[in-house]
Design a protein around this ligand. Sequence first.
Ligand SMILES: Cc1cc2nc3c(=O)[nH]c(=O)nc-3n(C[C@H](O)[C@H](O)[C@H](O)COP(=O)(O)OP(=O)(O)OC[C@H]3O[C@@H](n4cnc5c(N)ncnc54)[C@H](O)[C@@H]3O)c2cc1C
Length: 391
Amino acid sequence: MTTNPFTEDHDLLRQSFRQFVAAEITPNVAYWEENKICEKEVFRKMGEQGFFGVSFPVEYGGSGMDIWSAVVISEELSAANIGGLSMSLYAHTYLPLPVINAIGTEEQKLKYLAPALKGEKIAALGITEPGAGSDVGGIKTTAEDKGDHYLVNGSKMFITNGTMADFIVLAVRTGEGHQLSLLLFDTSTPGFSAVAVHNKLGMHSSDTGQLFFENCKVPKSALLGEEHWGFYYIMSNFQEERLIAAITGTAAAENAMEKAKKYMKEREAFGRPIGKFQVLRHKLAQMAIKVEACRSFSYRAVHEYIETGPAAYKIISMAKAYVCEESFNVINDALQIHGGWGYMEDYGIARSLRDIRLMTVGAGTTEIMHEIISKIVIDEVKHDKQIKARV
Ligand SMILES: Cc1cc2nc3c(=O)[nH]c(=O)nc-3n(C[C@H](O)[C@H](O)[C@H](O)COP(=O)(O)OP(=O)(O)OC[C@H]3O[C@@H](n4cnc5c(N)ncnc54)[C@H](O)[C@@H]3O)c2cc1C
């Protein structure tokens, strides 16, 4: 892929978002990370400036641009090297909102999508449970049909924005086997509670919550799409999350590589800059190859997504698996080039490394990506069959 996919509009967006990041995020990174703060105010400001809605329809407050605009936002956020807050921002935008946009009713879009794009409501996606993550079909939170409402009972684990969210796109069991449904769950509902999960390796400036549902009455109007079709919606509507993970991983790897390049010129050992040692020069060359491969792969996945939508899941799964593994390797090499200083907080490499470690686990683990890919390349499973079957 040789052509530049970005138009003049994308470049203008990049400029204005870069200014926003420099003014509103970068000066606070160290404080938020050290104190494990996920700043609600940033959501409001992002929404006010229209940065959440870049790739969403104009009628709900978006800018109606293509998915490359979301790429611009993700790449520029990576420059701030605050994986935690970035994850919270995209867990708001690219996890729950695309599915509301795809299958929500007009009323649901006006009630949830529009205020979320304005930053007035914070959103989360609640699928994972203490006993079921990759195995989506194993979720146990139930929504019992009580005639005019559902009664929701159960719990969710590791939910990004879990304690801050105003609403959650919530996966619940409404029947046997794969009969799951999605509900638009208001966190003001009596019987709901959330506790923050703080003992994380990284992503300190993100809000992660464990959620509890005790006899929560949810109106039938909160059902998103068709009852019992939740599993299908989850499998087919969450490709943007994986695309954004690949874009973010690429940008994080590139940032770490640039830091290593700079450090190799500054740091001296044995009477010369460490950048004169061939072994480090070749390490950097390999890092550059990996970054380039990550970018080509993830950009190609974006192109295919624009052309075919969720049917591009093969290339998206490949890009997600490849980039999330290799971006960790690149950042790990960047830490090695920084020696002992890399292990300290001073250069931001330590933070990048602990944050990037999540990428092979979240948004579908690498093993699950391999499972999806192997079904396509070995069993030649086609898109429709694949998304109806469990992966
Ligand atoms: C910080 C953080 C934020 C998160 N945010 C959210 C969120 O906002 N919303 C949400 O719903 N979830 C969220 N998650 C959950 C995340 O998506 C899950 O942790 C992930 O899907 C893995 O599920 P699990 O932890 O249950 O691991 P398991 O599914 O128990 O997996 C354990 C291991 O077994 C492997 N494995 C499982 N099944 C197979 C198989 N069929 N073949 C081969 N290997 C397999 C896995 O790859 C993994 O290595 C978050 C997690 C973290 C840590």
